[in-house]
Design a protein around this ligand. Structure first.
Ligand SMILES: Nc1nc2c(c(=O)[nH]1)N[C@H]1C(S)=C(S)[C@@H](COP(=O)(O)O)O[C@H]1N2
Ligand SMILES: [Mo]
Length: 263
């Protein structure tokens, strides 16, 4: 009997170790889902559609994510994914203190526009203390300062047929024989115009560090970590996600993660 118990304990210990191993490898853990006709993935995708409509119906369009008090910020914002982009474009900007940086809004808009960092900093700002949840299973509470995305999009004039905003980033999240894979993700326009969706340039009362996405990083507070694009340079308004990457609306989405990624 005691032997049985020990075996069972061993088994539990073994699976706990496996669990934490997966957590440590983090965003890489679902790599097998990248195989296109994987059955697990097919099931997840059907579930995703349900998640999206169910969450939209349940939480409504403009419900705010919870905001926290200053005293609830317990640690710095743990950097994850790309932390030091090495593309020539990014290294040039970083070297120049992001002086020449511009954020471009293009695609299904009345006029393509772009803004310097100084222009973005001069727009109305919003500060919010929110919790960031990564699918790896960790969270951080941090204070973000930036300018709301909605009014910035309005300056370009979003055309009626546009359904999604695609967020293009500077970093090469993956290097393959056929070249660099650049990070991107996307949201619908409800999330883009959500009052807490801010183009942030400040983190915990400091300038946004390179490791957390300098010079501009979008916060979409009701979504998981991989929907919070760092090193953002272009926002493209579109009616179809198929032309980008492998067509699922983002780098991690192309690798099997839920497109909506709501929390
Ligand atoms: N451009 C870019 N954005 C990104 C990533 C990335 O690798 N590149 N990683 C995502 C993931 S999985 C997480 S959890 C958060 C991490 O943000 P942080 O480094 O500020 O903690 O950024 C998200 N946005
Ligand atoms: Mo993440």
């Amino acid at each position: 009997m005691s032997r049985l118990i020990i075996n069972r304990r061993r088994f539990l210990l073994g699976s706990a170790a496996l669990g934490s191993g997966l957590a440590v490898s983090g965003c890489d853990q679902f790599d097998f889902l990248a195989q296109r006709d994987n059955r697990v993935r097919a099931v997840m995708e059907r579930a995703n559609v349900l998640t999206y409509s169910a969450q939209r119906a349940l939480i409504g369009d403009q419900v705010l994510a919870r905001e926290y008090a200053q005293s609830e910020i317990r640690q710095g914002m743990k950097p994850n994914g790309s932390t030091e982009p090495t593309t020539p474009e990014y290294m040039f900007l970083r070297e120049a203190n992001f002086e020449p940086y511009r954020l471009t809004i293009k695609g299904m808009v009345d006029r393509e526009v772009s803004f310097s960092l100084a222009e973005l900093r001069n727009m109305p700002s919003r500060t919010q203390i929110t919790r960031h949840d990564c699918v790896e299973g960790w969270s951080c509470i941090a204070k973000w300062t930036g300018t709301p995305l909605g009014p910035v999009l309005d300056q370009a004039g979003v055309r009626p047929g546009a359904r999604y905003a695609v967020y293009h980033c500077f970093d090469n999240i993956q290097r393959t024989l056929s070249g660099d894979v650049l990070y991107y993700t996307s949201s619908d326009l409800v999330d883009a115009y959500h009052p807490q969706s801010i183009l942030s340039y400040g983190l915990n009362d400091q300038a946004l560090p390179v490791s957390n996405g300098a010079p501009i990083r979008l916060r979409i507070e009701r979504a998981l970590g991989y929907k919070q694009p760092k090193y953002l340079h272009t926002i493209e308004l579109v009616d179809d996600l198929a032309p980008f990457g492998r067509g699922k609306g983002g780098y991690w989405e192309d690798n099997g993660y839920d497109w909506y990624g709501g929390i």
